[in-house]
Design a protein around this ligand. Structure first.
Ligand code: UDP
Length: 234
């Protein structure tokens, strides 16, 4: 049963982290030569690569809208998880593609590109929990590198409750055995939340606490994202 696995021993998580400690985070941009913008983001053993193509004119014409159409495709590579994952789109990847798209769209100046399409690919190379937020961070960096006009970067992280303790940045075993978990994304400079998904049972106080923890963590990740972008223009 969820919540019964011992995930915190003597105040430390199984990977040695304190409850509110993030895994090691790495961010790189311009990692895919043929994309208009791309990025690599690693949270511990979870690795996402995002590549952006466009905006380009959307064809056939009858699909065109008076604003930019953003298409996101999230997928987990067959070797990204312990048990080989069959390639191709499944229910989960369709859902996560939509979740990531909805997290990114509020930041994109969609009206600037009527009749156009923007394609965003999020590939999970290695999965150990929190892939949707890792992928969102990578996609947001890739959009910026593609020169897509944005109101702000989108920064994301996960928070959860394991063994009655609130923790930041869930890894795979924590995610699968959590009492609750939350995926969170925001535009940090606007203080605007763009993704908030929750699973499990939490009190109002716990939810408030978790949102505060997530938004503080996002502000730190935001600085890392900006540093990665600046690094590319040095
Ligand atoms: N996972 C897996 N195989 C799958 C789907 C997920 O091993 O087919 C693992 C993977 O480590 C993933 C975690 O379960 O990160 C949690 O997946 P979830 O659907 O909750 O989304 P995520 O936390 O990755 O955004």
């Amino acid at each position: 049963m969820k919540g019964n696995v011992e995930l915190i021993i003597d105040g430390k998580r199984l990977d040695g982290r304190k409850p509110l400690e993030m895994r090691e985070v790495e961010m790189k941009v311009n990692v895919v030569r043929n994309a208009d913008g791309s990025a690599y983001v690693r949270f511990g053993k979870t690795i996402a690569i995002a590549a952006v193509y466009g905006p380009t004119i959307l064809l056939p014409k009858h699909l065109q809208e008076d604003k930019l159409l953003v298409k996101v495709r999230y997928s987990m590579l067959p070797f990204s998880v312990d048990e080989r994952k069959s390639p191709g789109h499944d229910r989960r990847s369709i859902e996560l593609s939509k979740v990531i798209k909805n997290a990114l769209a509020p930041a994109i100046m969609l009206d600037e590109y009527p009749r156009a399409v923007l394609k965003v690919y999020v590939e999970i190379i290695q999965a150990d929990g929190s892939t949707r937020v890792t992928g969102t961070n990578a996609a947001s960096l890739a959009l910026a590198m593609a020169g897509v006009p944005m109101k702000d970067l989108v920064t994301a992280c996960s928070v959860g409750k394991i063994n009655d303790t609130i923790v930041l940045d869930l890894n795979g075993i924590e995610d699968n055995n959590s009492q609750a978990d939350m995926a969170f994304a925001m535009m940090p400079s606007k203080n605007r939340v763009t993704l908030w998904q929750m699973d499990g049972q939490l009190t109002k106080e716990e939810i408030k606490k978790m949102i505060k923890i997530a938004s503080d963590a996002c502000k730190k990740l935001y600085d890392m994202q900006k540093k990665a972008i600046r690094g590319a223009f040095k």
